[in-house]
Design a protein around this ligand. Structure first.
Ligand code: 6GU
Length: 246
């Protein structure tokens, strides 16, 4: 899988992809991440990448030519085929685990980081094939959103995590939050690890984990229960906790 990131601030990415899971995925060839400086494709004397909006309105708008030139320069003829070119913008569809799984199926993803007050509309209309936001708040640019997407997608690639089943157990993987985790010591400052985890009864441990996951999701994100895959036993457990949903 390959990511091409187009940005006016390539230095923001220094170090972010050089640690832990992403670094290992890069080293093993599972993922390639290339950062492209849009300014290098601004061919006027001052390498201009933004301009004032037509008809006023304040703020600056990213010019179309350097963005098109940068993306076309990197993709070349590949751009004629079906490509995934994502514009990062607070107006995009919301990034979720389901979107991460969808993107993890792609062989190549382009990420255009919007900055300033906006990007010339022709980039949206004629270059981007998708628009994504990472949540309902405003960032000063799409760079951090691009890092979020690269991280969430890369860890889903088969082989990126030590445990191949780990992504199935994550919070949000099954539409639920994960329950609590504990490691040694069994008692810390008088706070004990739940006995069931020390019991060695695999069946009871699995049931406890499921129940904790349901309990936590009900307490913190009851909205998730509307779309989670729930068994009859799950529903009964939740109803005992006062859940009134179907
Ligand atoms: Cl992708 N960009 C910006 N500028 N702000 C955001 C965002 C993206 N996602 C959430 N807020």
């Amino acid at each position: 899988m390959r990511f091409d990131i187009f940005t006016l601030f390539p230095n923001l990415f220094a170090g972010t992809f050089d640690e832990s899971i992403i670094q290992r995925a890069r080293a093993s060839g599972l993922v390639e991440i290339e950062i492209h400086d849009i300014r290098a494709s601004a061919h006027d004397k001052h390498h201009t990448t933004d301009d004032t909006p037509y008809a006023g309105g304040g703020g600056m708008v990213m010019k179309p030519e350097p963005i098109f030139a940068s993306v076309e320069g990197v993709y070349g003829d590949a751009l004629r085929g079906a490509q995934t070119i994502i514009l990062l913008t607070p107006q995009g569809r919301t990034f979720t685990q389901a979107v991460a799984r969808e993107l993890a199926q792609q062989p190549r993803i382009g990420l255009i980081c919007g900055r300033y007050e906006g990007v010339d509309e022709r980039v949206r209309e004629h270059l981007a094939t998708d628009e994504i936001s990472i949540g309902d708040y405003v960032l000063s640019g799409g760079e951090i959103a691009a890092m979020v997407i690269v991280d969430a997608v890369t860890r889903l690639l088969p082989g990126a995590l030590g445990d191949p089943l780990a992504p199935d157990k994550d919070s949000h993987a099954e539409g639920l939050l994960e329950g609590p985790h504990y490691t040694r010591p069994a008692e810390f400052r008088g706070w004990r690890v739940p006995d069931v985890l020390l019991s060695g009864h695999h069946g009871e441990v699995a049931r406890w984990r499921r129940q904790e996951s349901l309990r936590r999701t009900l307490a913190r994100r009851p909205d998730l229960l509307r779309t989670a895959a729930l068994s009859e036993e799950d529903r009964r457990y939740l109803q005992d906790l006062g859940w009134t949903g179907a």
